[in-house]
Design a protein around this ligand. Structure first.
Ligand code: SF4
Length: 195
């Protein structure tokens, strides 16, 4: 638990949250997954992606030989919003924690899961291939080279696992995007090359 986060009262979401949910996994990992905000299960347990969405993510990790503990998994917002409704205000208030976390990792690859994290990153970076704000459905499933304050990195936007659980076609898209991630990680030496 980040000590600063555990005292944060900036946006008021803390008042209804059971737990602050900080990132999990290797805090120096060069591969970072960013989700949206804690859901019911995450709020209760104080861990990111520990419910049904987390189970899908674990399955996708296993398929490409990636260990959850080897990467960093975090959220854009640290406290559960009422009825899981995201407001840009919460994103703005909470982004210092995310920036702090990314500053520790200095990622080579960022995977954004869903619209909240994808929009956040898109608004704070330069990506010539994308131009103006684009929806997740248009940009997911591809890898983009982006320039950030932390340097050049690869960005792979995907659907949020919760959205995929509501639509099997999106699960297929996530499988395909994980293969793209797998190929990048092989090239970066983060995974063994397939034989
Ligand atoms: S959501 Fe973020 S900014 Fe708002 S109270 Fe929780 S930790 Fe603080």
């Amino acid at each position: 638990m980040n000590p600063l986060c555990s005292r944060c009262t900036t946006c008021g979401l803390y008042q209804q949250a059971t737990n602050y949910v900080w990132g999990q996994g290797n805090e120096k990992s060069r591969v970072v997954f960013i989700g949206e905000a804690p859901g019911k299960e995450e709020d209760l347990r104080g861990l990111p992606f520990c419910g049904r969405s987390g189970a899908l993510l674990d399955q996708l990790f296993a398929e490409i030989g990636l260990k959850r503990e080897a990467v960093r998994i975090t959220n854009t917002i640290r406290c559960r919003p009422p009825e899981n409704r995201i407001d840009d205000r919460y994103v703005d208030c909470c982004e210092d924690f995310l920036c702090q976390e990314l500053g520790l990792c200095r990622p080579q690859v960022i995977v954004t899961l869903g619209a909240t994290a994808s929009t956040w990153l898109q608004n704070r970076t330069q990506c010539e291939a994308l131009g103006k704000v684009a929806t997740v459905s248009r940009i997911q499933g591809q890898a983009y080279e982006i320039m950030t304050l932390l340097g050049r990195m690869i960005w792979i936007p995907m659907y949020h696992p919760a959205a995929a659980l509501r639509d099997p076609a999106r699960v297929n898209d996530m499988h395909n995007t994980f293969q793209i991630l797998h190929d990048f990680l092989c090239r970066l030496g983060k995974l063994p090359m397939p034989v």
